[in-house]
Design a protein around this ligand. Structure first.
Ligand SMILES: NC(=O)c1ccc[n+]([C@@H]2O[C@H](COP(=O)([O-])OP(=O)(O)OC[C@H]3O[C@@H](n4cnc5c(N)ncnc54)[C@H](O)[C@@H]3O)[C@@H](O)[C@H]2O)c1
Length: 383
C-alpha cells in the first residue's frame, strides 16, 4: 500500500463545527483508521495545519491531539506550495475574504455554509474558483444524516407515490445567556456579524429540498426576532439584531409544497431537533436526524372529526420504523471522504461553490420576502 499525503490548512478549528465535526470526527478520525483507502492500492493521508487568530487556542488544540503544524499566519500558509487544500469553518463573515485569498493561491477549497454573506459574493467565489481550475466543495452535511438517507431511500424506492408536501420543524430553545449561558455563539444573533437563522438554515433547506424533492422555485418567508436582547460569552447584554425564527413556504419543481419552521425560540416537543413529515399519495414518512417512520396507505387509519369524543387511538403508534440496513458514518466525515476522493482521483462531485451559492440565494430571497411581504421566484443560477 503506498501512502499519499494531502496537506489541509484548516481555519476555524477552535470553533464548534470546525473542532468537533471537521477536525476530530472527520480528519483525525481518518488518520485513526490509517488514512483514506483510495481503492487503487494507495491510501490518502490527511495532514492538518491548524489556522486561526488566537495562538494559545490553536496551540492547545494541537497539543491535545498531537498535531505538528499550526499557524496564525494565513498568508504564509497559503504561500506554502506543499499545502493542497484550504478548509474554512470560521464565522460566516470572515469566510469570503479568506476563500478569495486561498483561490488566488491556487488551493483547492472546502468550506462550511453559507459560503458568503451575499449572493453576489457567493457567485463571485464560484466564478473565481472555476476560472482558477481548482476543486471546490461546500459542506452539505444534512444529506448524509441517517434519518434523511433513509428518507432518500424511500423516495428512490417509489414509496410515496406522488409527493404532495413536506413539513419541516427545526429548532430548540437557545438560552438568552443571562440566568443560563447560551449554547450557541453570540455572533449568530447579530446581523452585522453574519448571524441570523435564515442565513444559517435556508442554505441547508435549499440543498435538502433540491436533492430530495425538487429545485426550490419560489420562496415566501416571515423572519422575526422573538428575543430582542441576549447576553454574550462575557455576560454582557447586547441587542439581538438578527432573526431568530423564520417561517418559510417553498414551492418545488415537480409540484410539491414545503413548509419549514426554523426557530431558536421554540421548546422541543418532537422526537428529534429536526423532523420532516413527507406526505405522498401512497404513503407518508417522518424523518429526523437518525430515525425515520412510515405509514403506508394500506395502514392509514380513518379518523373522524368529533370534538365531543376523546382521541380514540394513539396516532403516533400507528407508524412503523424504517430499519437502518446499513452502517451510516458521521455525515461530515462521509462528505470529507467524497471530497478527498474528488481531489485525489477526480471522482464526480456536485456540492461545489455554485451549489453553495444556491443556498445563499435562498437565504437572501427569504429575507427579502420577509422584509417586503412578497413571494419571490428563485431564478436558476449560472456562472
Ligand atoms: N453544517 C452545519 O451544520 C453547521 C452548523 C453550525 C455552524 N455552521 C457554520 O460553521 C461556521 C462556524 O460556526 P460555529 O458555530 O462553529 O462558530 P464558532 O463561533 O464556534 O466558531 C467560529 C470560528 O471562527 C473563528 N473566527 C474567525 N474570525 C472570527 C471573528 N471575527 N469572530 C469570532 N470568531 C472568529 C473562531 O476563532 C472560531 O474558530 C459558520 O459559518 C456556521 O454557519 C455549520
Amino acid at each position: 500500500m503506498t501512502r499519499r499525503t494531502v496537506r489541509i490548512a484548516m481555519n476555524g478549528v477552535t470553533g464548534r463545527m470546525g473542532y468537533r465535526q471537521h477536525l476530530v470526527r472527520s480528519i483525525l478520525s481518518l488518520r485513526e483508521q490509517g488514512g483514506l483507502d483510495l481503492g487503487d492500492g494507495s491510501t490518502l493521508w490527511p495532514e492538518p495545519i491548524l489556522l486561526g487568530r488566537r495562538e494559545h487556542a490553536l496551540r492547545a488544540v494541537a497539543e491535545r491531539h498531537g498535531i505538528e503544524h499550526w499557524s496564525t499566519d494565513l498568508d504564509a500558509v497559503l504561500a506554502d506550495p506543499s499545502v493542497d487544500i484550504y478548509f474554512d469553518s470560521q464565522v460566516t463573515a470572515a469566510r469570503e475574504d479568506a476563500l478569495k485569498a486561498a483561490i488566488a493561491a491556487g488551493k483547492h477549497i472546502y468550506c462550511e455554509k453559507p459560503t458568503a454573506t451575499s449572493l453576489d459574493g457567493a457567485l463571485d467565489l464560484a466564478r473565481r474558483a472555476t476560472a482558477a481550475g481548482i476543486k471546490h466543495g461546500v459542506v452539505q452535511d444534512k444529506l448524509f444524516l441517517p434519518g434523511l438517507l433513509k428518507l432518500k431511500r424511500l423516495i428512490d424506492g417509489g414509496f410515496f407515490g406522488r409527493i404532495l408536501s413536506v413539513r419541516g420543524e427545526f429548532g430548540y430553545w437557545v438560552f438568552e445567556g443571562d440566568w443560563q449561558s447560551a449554547q450557541r455563539p453570540s455572533w449568530n444573533y447579530r446581523a452585522e456579524d453574519g448571524g441570523g437563522i435564515v442565513a444559517d438554515m435556508f442554505p441547508h433547506w435549499e440543498y435538502l429540498l433540491h436533492e430530495l424533492f425538487g429545485r426550490v422555485r419560489t420562496v415566501q418567508a416571515l423572519a422575526t426576532t422573538h428575543i430582542p436582547q441576549r447576553w454574550d460569552e462575557k455576560g454582557k447584554p447586547y441587542d439581538a439584531t438578527a432573526d431568530d425564527a423564520a417561517y418559510g413556504v417553498f414551492e418545488l419543481d415537480g409540484g410539491a409544497v414545503a413548509q419549514i419552521n426554523s426557530s431558536w425560540a421554540v421548546r422541543v416537543n418532537r422526537d428529534e431537533l429536526v423532523e420532516f413529515q413527507v406526505d405522498g399519495t401512497h404513503g407518508s414518512a417522518v424523518a429526523g436526524l437518525r430515525e425515520c417512520r412510515v405509514q403506508h396507505r394500506s395502514a392509514t387509519p380513518k379518523p373522524v372529526w368529533n370534538p365531543d369524543l376523546p382521541a380514540g387511538e394513539s396516532f403516533r403508534e400507528q407508524w412503523q420504523p424504517v430499519p437502518d440496513n446499513a452502517d451510516f458514518g458521521n455525515g461530515f466525515k462521509v462528505q470529507w471522504e467524497l471530497f478527498l476522493r474528488h481531489v485525489a482521483l477526480d471522482e464526480p462531485w456536485q456540492w461545489d461553490l455554485l451549489a453553495g451559492a444556491r443556498g445563499v440565494q435562498l437565504a437572501e430571497l427569504g429575507l427579502r420576502s420577509s422584509a417586503e411581504g412578497r413571494r419571490f421566484e428563485v431564478p436558476e443560477l449560472a456562472l
